[in-house]
Design a protein around this ligand. Sequence first.
Ligand code: SF4
Length: 256
Amino acid sequence: MNPHIVAFGGGVDSTAMIIGLIQEKRPIDLILFADTGGERPATYAHIENFSDWLEKQGYPRITVVKRVTESGEYESLEEECLRAKALPSIAYGYKRCSQKHKIAPQDKFCNNWQPAIDTWKNGQKCVKYIGYDANEEHRAENAAKREDKKYDYIYPLIEWQWDRQKCLEVIESVGIKNVAKSACFYCPSSKPQEIVQLYKEYPDLLQRALKIEQNAELISIKGLGRNYAWSDVIRMHEAQMTLPFVGFDAPCECTE
Ligand code: SF4
């Protein structure tokens, strides 16, 4: 059978997807998580706990991959932003941050993974499970327009029509706890309420996000919120003012 690979996002959707696949006894040969270096501590803890759970069910632990520069060194997205005096590219409307720090490290791993190499040598494709939920059919449709010689894509949550609520219920039903939304803590797609939550739960991470924002040389946009700065969100929250900002949703390759 051709290798079946899970693109694990570290959050609710892909955790529920894996549980559903196991309940249906569908094959899983490899579970990949691409670490940008910017996840919240709760997500890193979940990866370890969930790996232990997977192992007990007889499935592979999660394999963590990271972006490595041409000189062979690991560079997190945060370090790259500080070095380039820029924000994650999604703030400018591009997908490069997810392509470079999430998709490319997974592709690179598979390009050197013998079961995938053998499959491609035989002129066949690997299967990749993606955790788009039932409300993200448009993302699956857009992805289907791209021709891919190496992978066939399957979207189990769409197949089962599982939305986020259903995913949470499935996770709870097997006793897995503390699964949070996964994304870089400085992700420009964060909603203003999520920025305030970061300020309350992880003030040290918020300070690091603000450092990225302050360090960036910005011309066309105002800050991590694109048309507003995160520092303004915090200033207004501290002054107990109503936040007039709305977040933006830009398409990227990140899954939860
Ligand atoms: S979570 Fe946000 S900042 Fe991080 S890689 Fe994805 S789009 Fe970029």
